[in-house]
Design a protein around this ligand. Structure first.
Ligand code: 13P
Length: 250
């Protein structure tokens, strides 16, 4: 069975609640593609507003981060249960900006992945190499290590239901997209890694996104690749262009 494409916007630290509402309204007539899952991963402060604004549409709600703990004295943190109760379905875990700026390591991210599943959220687990790693030829080994570390203890049923986003760090916000062949090579290697950890059936089900300067101009070629099941979009998710990405097949 063909995997359903999933196009997610990662709004990062952009849009106040009132700006977020405006953006949802602008995008509303542009993101209706019945053949694609559409997700807005928004700042925590915008979740309630965006949740209200997308009511009655095909758009699903996502968060950009989540605590690895259930509840208690963790000032400033937001739990999986809080997200779920607010209508969130997906949560980005391990974005390279969190790994880099906030020193989130694989053991910590593995706890978050398990916590998301425990609470009925679907993780969008990010992985990706730096330019230095790509140039020294260790990309595939690095990605395999990230995936294997972050998925420890995840069951095959859970793995089959989740999303992995391959986001080369050098392509994020730089306007420098990976070529469709580069992206396909790594997404294919991720699928192979899933088959090694679990089995072929699980590997066929898991959805793998590409992220990194995806836009209206390059999305069609990327999304035509057999192992690329969607996109995780930063900058272009804040513009009407996002509608063109959602409708890449029209
Ligand atoms: P850009 O699309 O702005 O390069 O960001 C990609 C990204 O980091 C999505 O998570």
């Amino acid at each position: 069975m063909a995997r359903r494409k999933i196009i997610a916007g990662n709004w990062k630290m952009n849009k106040t609640p009132s700006e977020a509402k405006e953006l949802v309204e602008t995008l509303k007539p542009l993101v209706n593609n019945p053949d694609v899952d559409v997700v807005y991963c928004v700042p925590a402060i915008d979740i309630t507003t965006v949740g209200e604004a997308i009511k009655g549409t095909n758009v699903m709600l996502g968060a950009e981060n989540m605590s690895d703990q259930d509840k208690g004295a963790y000032t400033g943190e937001i739990s999986a249960a809080m997200l779920l109760d607010a209508g969130v379905k997906f949560v980005i875990i391990g974005h390279s900006e969190r790994r880099g700026y906030y020193h989130e390591d694989d053991a910590f991210l593995n706890r978050k992945v398990l916590k998301a599943f425990e609470n009925g959220l679907t993780p969008i687990l990010c992985c990706g190499e730096s330019l230095e790693q790509r140039e020294s030829g260790v990309t595939l080994d690095w990605i395999r290590l990230q995936i294997k570390s972050d998925l420890q203890g995840v069951t095959r049923e859970q793995a089959a239901s989740m999303v992995i986003a391959y986001e080369p760090i050098w392509a994020i916000g730089t306007g420098k997209t990976a070529t469709s062949d580069q992206a396909e090579e790594v997404c294919g290697a991720i699928r192979k890694t899933i088959a090694e950890i679990y089995d072929e059936e699980t590997a066929e089900k898991i959805r793998i996104q590409y992220g990194g300067s995806m836009n209206a101009g390059n999305c069609k070629e990327l999304l035509a690749k057999p192992d690329i099941d969607g996109g995780l979009i930063g900058g272009a998710a804040l513009k009407p262009d996002f509608g063109k990405i959602v409708n890449y097949d029209k």
